[in-house]
Design a binder for this molecule. Structure first.
Ligand SMILES: Nc1ncnc2c1ncn2[C@@H]1O[C@H](COP(=O)(O)OP(=O)(O)OP(=O)(O)O)[C@@H](O)[C@H]1O
Ligand SMILES: [Mg+2]
Length: 169
C-alpha cells in the first residue's frame, strides 16, 4: 500500500482531456473502478469514451451516454462496464443493477454521477471530479488510491506523477 495520489489538472481543450483519458485507458488491465463526478456537460461521458478507446474499444464501437439504459458494456482489451447513476435515487438502485458483480467481474467499471451513490464504491476506486472552467476548459481533480491491486493503479499513479512533474513551476 503506497500513499494515494491526488492531482489537480487543467485542460484547455476537449482534445487535451481526451488525450489524457486515453492514456488512462492505456493503463487499465481489469478490475479498476472509476467514479466520475461533476455537473451536466462537465465531460464525464467524454472521459469515459476516451478511456474506452485507450483500453482498446475500437473506434467503430460507439460509446454513448448510458443515462437512459443505465449500463452498457464495451469489448476492449478488457470489458468496459459503463454506468450512469443520474436517474437513480439511491445506492441501493445501483446495487440492484448488479454493480457489485460488475466490479468483481474482471472488467473496468466506469460510473458517471458516482457522487450520488458514493457508498457503493470499494477502497480501490479512482475518483475523478470534473469542473467546467470555460466553454472549452475543464478542471479535473483525481484521487488514485495507494492500493497494490488492481495493478493498473500503479501504472495510473506513475502516469499521474509524470503528468504532475511535467507541469513545472
Ligand atoms: N475540455 C473539454 N473536455 C470535455 N468536454 C468538453 C471540453 N470542452 C468542451 N467540451 C464539451 O462539453 C460536453 C461534455 O459533455 P459530456 O456528455 O461528456 O458531459 P457529461 O459530464 O457526461 O454530462 P451529463 O451529466 O449530461 O452526462 C461535450 O459537448 C464536449 O464537446
Ligand atoms: Mg454523461
Amino acid at each position: 500500500m503506497s500513499a494515494p495520489l491526488r492531482l489537480e489538472l487543467e485542460f484547455a481543450s476537449e482534445g487535451a482531456l481526451r488525450e489524457f483519458a486515453e492514456e488512462v485507458g492505456g493503463c487499465v488491465g481489469g478490475g479498476e473502478v472509476f467514479a466520475l463526478a461533476g455537473p451536466l456537460g462537465a465531460g464525464k461521458t467524454v472521459f469515459a469514451q476516451s478511456l474506452a478507446r485507450g483500453a482498446g474499444v475500437p473506434a467503430s464501437t460507439p460509446v454513448t451516454s448510458p443515462t437512459f439504459v443505465l449500463h452498457r458494456r464495451y469489448a476492449g482489451r478488457v470489458a468496459i462496464e459503463h454506468l450512469d447513476a443520474y436517474r437513480l435515487r439511491s445506492a441501493r438502485d445501483l446495487e440492484a443493477l448488479g454493480v457489485g458483480e460488475l466490479i468483481e467481474g474482471g472488467g473496468v467499471t466506469v460510473v458517471e454521477w458516482a457522487d450520488r451513490v458514493a457508498e457503493v464504491f470499494p477502497a480501490h476506486t479512482v475518483w475523478i471530479e470534473l469542473d467546467v472552467t470555460g466553454p472549452c476548459s475543464r478542471r479535473m481533480r483525481v484521487r488514485i488510491p495507494g492500493c497494490a491491486r488492481p495493478p493498473g493503479l500503479a501504472r495510473l499513479r506513475a502516469l499521474g506523477a509524470a503528468r504532475a512533474a511535467r507541469r513545472g513551476p
